[in-house]
Design a protein around this ligand. Structure first.
Ligand code: SAM
Length: 198
């Protein structure tokens, strides 16, 4: 049987079951800690493809109303174990199919999700983000840029990011990150994209 591609739950479930999770940084990325110090007021936050979901606690502790969504069952179980009572914030579902019941999010946090998706899914990612984030809201987090001979991860390039996200968002912040896990080394940038009207 051929290997499922990385848009399929099975691809990720296999890795979670085998404990092969080299993207997992074991805690809260320092860039997020820094962002949380300067972000204004509490808002509704979504973390798609949350994996271990450490960041749920970080957002919660500073007063945000945070939810996360993850489609691989062992990852959801793992996140709920890590998060204890906050585990109820993790939705077991597919970001592209879940019914968010009309909720919109002032902040969506990205790490390791866009780059986990085959590039054919990227326009759906951008459209879904645009639908979930109202004008003025932000898509923020760690995005990968560069070349990866054996994806996933699938990194962005500047022109692709401008074309893909620039339709709905304006980039308001971008900074290279030095403390990435080895599989993301040299590729990660902390970025903030603000939803524009339309
Ligand atoms: C590379 S991991 C990153 C996990 C986490 N964000 C982190 O930074 O450690 C990608 C995660 O996204 C999840 N995922 C991929 N596609 C998804 C989808 N359509 N809906 C929900 N979760 C998804 C996978 O199961 C996997 O746990």
């Amino acid at each position: 049987m051929s290997e499922p591609d990385s848009s399929q739950t099975l691809f990720w479930t296999k890795r979670w079951e085998q404990g092969k999770i080299p993207w997992d940084c074991g805690g809260i990325p320092p860039s997020l800690v820094e962002f949380l110090r300067r972000v204004p007021g509490p808002t509704r936050v979504l973390i798609p493809g949350c994996g271990s979901g450490y960041e749920v606690r970080a957002f919660h502790e500073v007063g945000h109303d945070v939810s996360a969504i993850e489609f691989s069952a062992p990852a959801v179980a793992h996140a709920r174990e890590i998060l204890g009572p906050l585990g109820e914030r993790v939705i077991h579902g597919n970001f592209f199919k879940h019914d968010f019941a009309g909720n919109r999010y002032g902040l969506v946090y990205e790490r390791g999700f866009l780059c986990s998706l085959p590039t054919e899914r990227w326009t759906d990612y951008a459209a879904r983000m645009a639908a979930l984030i109202p004008p003025g809201g932000k898509l923020v987090g760690l995005f990968l840029y560069g070349n990866e001979p054996e994806p996933p991860p699938f990194p962005l390039t500047e022109p692709v990011a401008a074309e893909l996200l620039g339709r709905f968002f304006r980039r308001v912040y971008s900074e290279s990150v030095e403390d990435s896990v080895p599989v993301y080394k040299g590729l990660e940038r902390w970025q903030e994209w603000e939803r524009i009207p339309g």
